[in-house]
Design a protein around this ligand. Structure first.
Ligand code: TXA
Ligand code: MG
Length: 328
């Protein structure tokens, strides 16, 4: 999958475990996106992650563990609500922010007193975590601010030669990063929407969840501009689709368009791909589609705005909005 020109090796589970325990950094598959993993108990590994990603060091990382029982190694306080959510959603695409245990290094938490934790639902990575006997810190395995990788080839496009290897788990099932909730105060707060929707969280806890407030902890995924392709990206309402296309064609722009509705206009400058009507499939395809569009080198990528009434689209809409913001 990586092609012969890449220098980064593909690793077996045992090789990955060995490298991680020796302080190296390895891209690992999760059900959401590929992570760039380092031993969470080793500050030197953490430093390497920041360096390879080009990420500012005050931005915290998620600790990935193999089962709920390990949570007590990382969190000082595990509220009842965290137990309820873990029971329902772990292993799975839910990250919980909790008060950190004293032993957790501040390089993971961006200097904060809280730590983000999740149990990923990917069998190769769960095996790696079990064999290591400790957690791995892993941000998405892309250069800072770019589109997250959902395939090994995506990882190599950005990090070849900068990391010690990749574990190939094929294409990620979910396709967008985990839902993040903050459980450090009485009111549960949604910090980043994902496959697990606010409706599902509220149903599980039987209470309202608030959406990220101004005082939220640092979350780079919440920078206004993030998840950005190289080509300018614009979200378009369905009823504006044909007008916008016409305007760009008049300007001589080549256009890549991903929309649920087929544009009425046909033109050699226009390259249309049918977008999935289902939010789960849309999220699954999103980053790969954006990378494919980038490779086409059109002047602009247009994406039809998905439904805002249905909360299942929140994660997708959030990523699209941030990708677009990069060009505003
Ligand atoms: O699905 C995912 O979450 C993927 C896979 C690899 O697990 N990881 C991921 O990592 O998206 P990253 O670093 O790209 O985004 C993690 C988010 C960041 O926005 C970060 O700020 C937030 O988690 N985070 C980490 N620790 C936090 C904390 N203590 N308080 C608030 N947010 C935190
Ligand atoms: Mg990321």
């Amino acid at each position: 999958m990586s092609g012969n020109q890449n220098t980064t090796p593909m690793l077996s589970i045992d090789q990955a475990v060995k490298i991680l325990l020796a302080g190296g950094i390895v891209a690992i598959p999760t059900e959401t996106v590929y992570g760039l993993a380092g031993n969470a108990s080793n500050p030197e590994s953490i430093k390497k992650i920041f360096k390879a990603k080009g990420r500012p060091e005050n931005h915290p990382l998620i600790v990935h563990i193999s089962s709920f029982d390990e949570i007590y190694l990382w969190a000082k306080v595990v509220p009842e609500k965290a137990k309820i959510l873990a029971k329902k959603f772990w292993p799975g695409p839910l990250t919980m922010v909790l008060a950190k245990a004293d032993s957790v290094n501040y390089s993971i938490t961006g200097g904060q007193e809280t730590v983000a934790i999740r149990v990923p639902n990917q069998k190769l990575t769960l095996e790696i975590l079990k064999k290591m006997g400790t957690g791995v810190a892993a941000p998405s395995a892309n250069r800072f601010g770019h589109v997250s990788p959902t395939m090994p080839s995506h990882v190599l496009e950005e990090l070849d030669g900068l990391i010690d290897g990749v574990v190939d788990g094929g294409q990620c099932e979910v396709g967008i990063e985990s839902t993040i909730v903050d459980l450090t105060s009485d009111t549960v707060r949604l910090l980043r929407p994902g496959r697990i929707s606010i409706d599902e969280l509220e149903l599980c806890l039987g209470e309202k969840i608030s959406i990220n407030s101004v005082n939220a902890p640092r979350v780079p995924g919440l920078l206004k501009s993030h998840y950005a392709p190289n080509t300018p990206l614009k979200i378009i309402d369905y009823n504006q689709l044909d007008t916008e296309i016409n305007n760009y064609i008049k300007k001589g722009f080549s256009i890549n368009i991903w929309s649920q509705h087929k544009p009425k206009i046909e033109n050699p400058l226009l390259f249309w791909i049918q977008a999935p009507k289902d939010p789960i499939q849309f999220a699954h395809d999103l980053y790969d589609q954006i990378r494919k569009f980038d490779k086409n080198h059109s002047d602009i990528i247009l994406i039809e705005k998905p439904s805002i009434e249905n909360n299942a689209w929140q994660g997708v809409l959030d990523r699209l909005t941030r990708a677009q913001a990069h060009f505003e």
